[in-house]
Design a protein around this ligand. Structure first.
Ligand code: AVJ
Length: 323
C-alpha cells in the first residue's frame, strides 16, 4: 500500500498570516483592545504551555488525565470509534490513554490529530507512528473551523476536544462551533469534550497566575509572536500579567497591562498602536462550566449527552455525547 503522508494541510501558512493580520488589525484598534489566544502557540508558546501543565497551581491537565485514565475504557466501550479526530491536539500526550483504550477495545483504526502548530504536530505524529504501528496516523494542520468544515470521512468517528479549550470561546461562539461539529457527524458518531468546571476562585485564579511566573511569560509571548511575525516593537517587559475571575460570566480573563504609556509600531500590519498607562489588552478568556450547562449547550447544538465524568473535587468534566 502507498503510505499516507504524515500531515495534511487545511490551513496554509499564508492563510494563517492573513488570519493573524486580520485579528491584529481588528483587535488592537478596538476598544477595549484584544488579541485571540490562538496566537500564543508558536514553538516557544507551545513549550511554555507544556510547562504550565506541570505547574502545581495548574490543576486542569492532571485532573483531566486522571479522569481519562479512569473513564477511557467506558468511553471507547460506548463510542466504539474506528476513527478518532482530535481538535487542538498539541503534544498528544493525554491522547495515548484513549488510543490505548481504543486499540484494546479492538475497533480503532485511525487517529487524526489537528493543530495550528506544524512543529507540535510533526513531533507528535512521528512519535505516535512508532508507538502505534497498527494505527493509521495523519496530522491535520489547520484551525478548528477549517477542520470541522472538512472533517475527514470515516466510519464511526469520535471527535475529541480536550483540555478545556472550549472555554476560550464565548457562549455564542460555542453554540456555532458545537452545532458545526454535530452537523459534520453522522448519526451515532460522538464528541468527547473536556471542560473546566466552576470552582473556588482561590483555586481558579492561581491556576492562571502561578508563583513562578510561567503563565505571565506565556501571556507576554503573544507580543513576541507579533514582534517576530509582523516586525512589531512591543517591549514585553513593559506589560504586566493580569488574571482575574469574572464571576458574572464565570470565566477567567487574562490581560496584558501597559505599565506606562506606549506607542507600538506594527509595520507588518501598517499599524501604530497607542496604549495609555494602565491600559489592558484582553488576551484570553477561559470559561468554566456547570454540568447542567454543558448538557444543555450540547443538546442545543444537536447532541445527545451519553455520560459525564467528574473528579471528586468537581473541578473538571469529561462529557461524551452522540448525534
Ligand atoms: C489550553 C485553553 C485550555 O484556558 O486553561 C493556560 C490555556 N491559559 N493558562 C486554559 C491557558 C493560561 C488553557 N487552554
Amino acid at each position: 500500500p502507498v503510505p499516507t503522508p504524515p500531515i495534511r494541510v487545511h490551513t496554509s501558512d499564508s492563510d494563517l498570516d492573513a488570519a493573524l493580520l486580520d485579528d491584529v488589525r481588528h483587535g488592537l484598534t478596538a476598544t477595549p483592545k484584544s488579541l485571540p489566544p490562538k496566537w500564543f502557540y508558536d514553538a516557544v508558546g507551545s513549550e511554555l504551555f507544556e510547562r504550565i501543565t506541570r505547574l502545581p497551581e495548574y490543576y486542569p491537565t492532571r485532573t483531566e488525565t486522571a479522569l481519562l485514565r479512569e473513564a477511557a475504557p467506558e468511553i471507547v466501550g460506548i463510542a466504539r470509534p474506528h476513527t478518532m479526530i482530535e481538535l487542538g491536539s498539541g503534544s498528544s500526550e493525554k491522547t495515548r490513554i484513549l488510543l490505548d483504550a481504543g486499540v484494546e477495545q479492538g475497533e480503532l483504526q485511525r487517529y487524526l490529530p489537528q493543530d495550528v502548530s506544524v512543529s507540535a504536530l510533526q513531533g507528535a505524529v512521528a512519535a505516535l507512528r512508532v508507538d502505534y504501528p497498527g494505527l493509521e496516523i495523519e496530522g491535520i494542520v489547520g484551525e478548528f473551523a477549517d477542520t470541522i468544515d472538512r472533517l475527514p470521512p470515516g466510519e464511526r468517528r469520535m471527535v475529541t476536544f480536550l483540555g478545556g479549550t472550549i472555554g476560550n470561546m464565548v457562549p455564542a461562539e460555542r453554540a456555532v462551533f458545537l452545532a458545526a461539529i454535530a452537523a459534520a457527524l453522522d448519526p451515532g458518531e460522538t464528541l468527547l469534550l473536556g471542560a473546566g468546571l466552576v470552582t473556588d476562585p482561590a483555586v481558579l485564579v492561581p491556576a492562571y497566575d502561578d508563583a513562578e511566573g510561567v503563565t505571565a511569560e506565556f501571556n507576554r509571548n503573544v507580543l513576541r509572536v507579533l514582534n517576530a511575525r509582523l516586525g512589531a516593537d512591543f517591549d514585553p517587559e513593559a506589560f504586566a500579567h493580569v488574571a482575574l475571575w469574572d464571576a458574572a460570566n464565570e470565566w477567567i480573563e487574562m490581560r496584558l497591562e501597559a505599565t506606562r504609556a506606549l506607542r507600538v509600531a506594527i509595520p507588518g500590519a501598517d499599524l501604530t498602536v497607542d496604549l495609555a498607562a494602565g491600559e489592558q489588552i484582553l488576551t484570553e478568556i477561559s470559561a468554566k462550566f456547570r454540568e447542567d450547562g454543558l448538557r444543555s449547550e450540547l443538546s442545543a447544538a444537536g447532541f445527545t449527552p451519553d455520560r459525564i465524568w467528574t473528579d471528586p473535587q468537581r473541578r473538571f468534566a469529561l462529557i461524551l455525547a452522540h448525534v
